[in-house]
Write a protein that binds this ligand. Structure first.
Ligand code: CU
Length: 150
């Protein structure tokens, strides 16, 4: 590779993140994301099946450029507000469903937890306006307590 070509390539790469940060994907009007189940305040047991609801938009895979579509993110025990300018983090509290899933089976420690859905675009960034569900609280029973009831 010649010196000039190499420099051109590097400057092109350097520009890419800035361009990505500027463009925010707009959600269509009346779009809404919600948790179908479990319900707010519900007592559940592992494994917990969480069903994702989405109105007026489609579910697609991560990195898909389909219009008016995105993929679900499940936020577990997250208190901080979503950063509107950054891709959603990927860690044990921010689960990505980039395969286009509309439900998830999760395991949580016994006790209280919160669940919330956020729809993300092809690059895992929140839409404008932000599409997030109501944050629900659930109580996960311990397997021991479940057995004792029988
Ligand atoms: Cu994602």
């Amino acid at each position: 590779m010649s010196k000039i070509t190499r420099r051109t390539l590097l400057s092109t790469l350097a520009m890419a993140p800035a361009a990505a940060a500027m463009a925010q994907t707009e959600a269509p009007p009346e779009a809404a994301v919600y948790i179908i189940s479990p319900r707010d305040g519900q007592r559940v047991r592992n494994p917990i099946v969480v069903r994702f609801g989405l109105r007026n938009m489609g579910v697609t895979q991560a990195s898909s450029a389909a219009r008016n579509a995105g993929h679900h993110h499940l936020l577990i025990d997250v208190d901080d507000p979503v950063d509107l300018k950054e891709p959603l983090p990927s860690d044990k509290n921010h689960l990505h469903y980039g395969g286009g899933q509309t439900e998830a089976r999760i395991e949580l420690t016994p006790g209280r937890h919160t669940l919330q859905l956020v729809l993300g675009d092809a690059d895992h960034r929140p839409f404008t306006p932000l599409l997030q569900s109501q944050k629900i609280g659930i109580f996960v029973g311990s397997p021991r307590a479940a057995k004792a009831k029988k």
